[in-house]
Design a protein around this ligand. Structure first.
Ligand code: PBG
Length: 332
């Protein structure tokens, strides 16, 4: 018996889900390669490449293989990368973070030489470059804020000198955006943009990255500078001060557990908002996919579309290369 026989009144939402064509017609969100930035790890002194055990499909690149990968990424249409360096030497002043011939500085030059159109972003931080594995300068067991700023600004300037388009401070010291903006402007890099990791939580989802970047803290943890995952309103204070200090774009990190924060920043501030789909989020997907427990492509697509729905203008993600490949093979 049909519903009409009972004179039931209700709405037929399923009409707009009936065929793939109508579903495409009414689809609200999607992503393209223009929304994705691919993180890469360059390792000083390495020849070739080595897979990162905790992040299947991701590699430590020596400069030679890095160049080859840039060519491949460019052919796939990947829009941009963000660089992380693993230096040969660490010292208490994080000297290799701002060395003219440092590993990130060399990688920037190599990437631009292979493809001048590739958008090159850099992570600006000290944690890979000092033996303490902390994001700022350590003095007597304390991560000191104000003295860190000069080193962080110097690192950003060295990236700009090498040709970076965007610098992305991830250290979470107070005042770093102001320090970086002033140093860039003073040294003739007024055109280099700042993507601030404005809202960066002290997250357990960074676990695989710290193995990949050899940057786990040697003592303590990062909770005196990264944010408490329980706090949402605090994100507004961080975002507001970074914008006042001169950030061009804001980032929320990690992505999955913090989509509410992404939405709030998007509604509140008229600047591009990015989200970082971090290592632990990637590794969980990979681990389940490798066991055949989930459909990797479907899950990743769902996640990326969800970040767009939450308001992200772009996404930093280890899935970017695969997503660029999928975009070539079909409409997404
Ligand atoms: C450096 C930095 C980290 C990440 C990006 N930049 C690690 C951390 O803060 O502990 C995490 C990236 C990821 O997990 O994918 N400070």
């Amino acid at each position: 018996m049909s519903a009409a026989m009972y004179e039931l009144k209700f709405r037929r939402h399923r009409r707009l889900r009936r065929t793939e064509a109508v579903r495409r017609l009414v689809r609200e969100h999607s992503y393209t390669v223009d929304d994705l930035i691919y993180p890469m790890f360059v390792c000083e002194g390495l020849t070739g490449r080595e897979e990162i055990p905790s992040m299947p499909g991701m590699y430590h690149f020596g400069l030679d293989e890095f160049r080859r990968e840039i060519v491949e990424l460019s052919a796939l249409g990947v829009l941009g990368i963000i660089l992380f360096g693993i230096p040969a030497e660490k010292d208490e002043w994080s000297t290799s973070a701002y060395a003219e011939r440092g590993v990130v500085q060399e990688a920037i030059r190599a990437a631009k030489a292979e493809n001048p159109h590739l958008l090159v972003m850099t992570d600006v931080c000290l944690c890979q470059y000092n033996p303490f594995g902390h994001c700022g300068l350590v003095r007597d067991g304390v991560i000191v804020n104000d003295e860190s700023l000069a080193l962080i600004a110097r690192t950003a300037v060295s990236h700009a000198e090498a040709g970076a388009d965007v610098v992305a401070p991830s250290d979470m010291m107070d005042g770093r955006v102001a320090a970086i903006r002033r140093a860039l402007d003073e040294q003739g890099f007024a055109d280099v943009a700042i993507l601030s990791y404005a809202v960066k939580y002290a997250s357990a989802f960074y676990g695989p990255f710290r193995e990949a970047a050899h940057s786990a803290p040697a003592f303590g943890d990062r909770r005196t500078y990264q944010m408490d995952p329980a706090n949402a309103r605090e994100a507004l204070r961080e975002a507001a001060s970074d914008l006042e200090e001169g950030a061009d774009m804001l980032m929320v990190k990690p992505a999955l557990s913090y989509m509410d924060v992404t939405r709030t920043l998007k509604d509140r501030y008229p600047v591009p908002v990015a989200t970082y789909n971090v290592s632990g989020e990637y590794s969980m997907v990979k681990a389940a996919a490798l066991r055949g427990w989930i459909d990797e492509r479907a899950v990743v697509t769902e996640m990326l579309v969800s970040f767009k729905r939450a308001g992200a203008d772009f996404i930093l993600t280890y899935h970017a290369k695969d997503a660029a490949r999928w975009a070539r093979s079909a409409s997404i």
